[in-house]
Design a protein around this ligand. Structure first.
Ligand code: SF4
Length: 345
């Protein structure tokens, strides 16, 4: 608006139409001059993500498949009802798991999102658009945002932080910083950058291995940023931010579910005061991993408890979205011939 020579007052009006009144068409911005409405409509769009498919119902986890208006690619966004073990501390809260990229370059071995590699970053409008569309479909306000969908959010730092600014702002979506969680596979330098970012978001680390040897098997990113380097960044985070760090740990049979891993995990978590979320692995089509038995999951959990580590073990089926994320989009893009059916080595 400044570049067009329009006043700050006019800019505020546009912002109010977009985030306050949530109009979907510039023509509805009735307090703007028709010429300005037309000019804006010619240059911008208000529907960066288009709902195309949905799984689940209003009282369960709902997965939305959104088509990107810009290039027809697909992303997934997941709306999760109250879950005390997840990010909402209270019941009756809605959590939205948003995507930050189309595909992902990091190739974590348990994840469907990385199966076809990275296509592109989402822009800030496409990230915020997921929140606006989900709220429109649910006809309710989202309470928590987790950047845990497709993509590595910290590999798209500029758009991520721009989107967070809008999601957090009182003039934007208005979600408090404590209700926004960025989840990363462990990009150490970007964690340090995020620690210096002004919005005090929460941080979750996809850890999934408590020694380099085990973590490397599952997460190739560990070769670039081994655990010592990652934990150096986490210590820096702790000096800059008050919120506790969360470690996500997907339990995979015979890979990372030994009691020795549990001991190591406890030892790493304690100095940071970190919380651990244990997530029994959810089968992904085309991937070889299995979920450990309930007995084994609980033994792992008890080791952490024994060390006084705040810890949850997710039992509900519908909430195991982290590992399942990306499957819907892959099916759609494979069906349309946008990507070839991926083969995992
Ligand atoms: S878990 Fe996250 S970082 Fe790893 S491949 Fe999947 S989307 Fe990428």
């Amino acid at each position: 608006m400044a570049a067009r020579g329009e006043s700050a007052f006019r800019a505020k009006q546009v912002v109010e139409w977009i985030y306050g009144k949530r109009v979907q068409d510039f023509a509805d911005m009735t307090n703007l001059k028709p010429a300005l409405r037309e000019a804006l409509a010619g240059e911008f769009r208000l529907d960066p993500v288009l709902p195309t498919n949905q799984q689940g119902s209003s009282d369960t986890t709902r997965k939305f498949l959104f088509k990107l208006a810009r290039d027809g690619r697909y992303i997934e966004t997941v709306l999760i009802p109250a879950s005390p073990g997840l990010y909402g501390d209270q019941a009756d809260r809605l959590t939205l798991c948003v995507s930050s990229q189309v595909g992902c370059a990091f190739d974590c071995k348990f994840c469907a999102s990385g199966l076809a590699g990275l296509t592109r970053n989402l822009d800030a409008g496409e990230i915020v658009g997921q929140v606006i569309e989900a709220e429109r479909i649910a006809q309710d306000r989202v309470d928590n945002i987790v950047f845990m969908g497709m993509g590595e959010p910290l590999a798209n730092f500029a758009n991520l932080t721009k989107a967070i600014t809008i999601i957090n702002a009182h003039w934007g979506i208005g979600i408090g910083a404590r209700h926004i969680t960025v989840s990363t596979s462990g990009l150490a330098p970007q964690i340090e950058k995020l620690a210096d970012f002004e919005v005090p978001v929460r941080l979750a680390i996809s850890l999934h291995g408590a020694s380099d040897e085990v973590r490397e098997r599952i997460m190739p990113v560990n070769r670039k940023y081994p655990l010592d380097r990652l934990f150096e960044a986490l210590r820096y985070w702790s000096t800059r931010k008050k919120q506790k760090i969360t470690f996500e740990f997907i339990l995979i049979e015979g890979v990372n579910d030994s009691l020795e891993q549990a001991e190591l995990l406890a030892r790493r978590s304690r100095p940071l005061g970190a919380k651990v979320n244990l997530i029994p692995y959810n089968t992904v089509e085309g991937l070889p991993w299995k979920r450990p038995s309930v007995g084994r999951q609980e033994a792992f959990f008890r080791v952490l408890q024994g060390h006084g580590i705040p810890c949850t073990l997710r039992r509900e089926k519908g909430h195991d979205i982290a590992a399942a994320c990306g499957q819907l989009r892959l099916k759609q893009e494979t069906a349309e011939g946008i990507v070839e059916a991926p083969v995992k080595a």
